[in-house]
Unconditional design. Structure first.
Length: 200
């Protein structure tokens, strides 16, 4: 994965206004902002000097008491770089952690359905099918590659946020699942398997 330096425009945005405050979260209801949300992100250099500031301002955005979330991706603040924050509901204290250049390398066939919303899509929620378990590769702040197996609701958040890095919104996933066929295997926790059709 090639890390290119931040552009002048990206630097200006990260340093804009009061850098002690959260960056503004883009909205898909604004045409120009929707275009940014649709652009696939590129890698970020773990040694980028503005990375700590970008990460901190993203954290302030996702933990804003007025509109808190459980995850955020850099494109949502106008920076098309591979950086996400995720609340780890699978860890003691449910901490927020950030990940550089995350990539999902494996997905389980088992799916779960759960309600999702998005800080960039106001007043919209939907029941999205996501893989129950994923394997995630990412770089830590020292640049070292790590790999982790994640399941349940935390895996859902990772899938939602890494979709943002691809220019994909959860509403796209809703449209996709309408076109596919799934088989429910557990009524209580809404678990499914996708019916895979053999291509002739």
């Amino acid at each position: 994965m090639i890390n290119s330096p931040l552009t002048d425009a990206e630097r200006r945005l990260i340093l804009a206004e009061d850098t002690a405050q959260a960056m503004r979260v883009l909205q898909d209801t604004v045409a120009m902002e929707r275009k940014i949300l649709r652009v696939p992100s590129v890698a970020i250099d773990p040694e980028e000097e503005l990375l700590p500031l970008l990460a901190r301002r993203m954290y302030l955005a996702v933990t804003d008491p007025a509109r808190p979330g459980v995850g955020i991706a850099a494109p949502q603040v106008g920076i098309n770089r591979s950086l996400i924050w995720v609340q780890r509901f699978d860890k003691p204290g449910e901490p927020f952690e950030h990940y550089l250049n995350p990539v999902i390398t494996w997905r389980s066939d088992l799916l779960r359905k759960g309600q999702e919303g998005c800080l960039s899509i106001p007043d919209t929620v939907g029941d999205v099918l996501r893989h129950y378990t994923i394997r995630l590769a990412y770089q830590d702040t020292s640049g070292k590659w790590q790999e982790e197996l994640i399941e349940g609701f935390t895996a859902v958040i990772f899938q939602h946020e890494t979709d943002h890095l691809l220019g994909v919104l959860f509403t796209d996933r809703l449209a996709e699942q309408e076109a596919n066929t799934y088989s429910m295997i557990n009524d209580e926790v809404q678990l499914y398997l996708e019916k895979r059709l053999k291509k002739q």
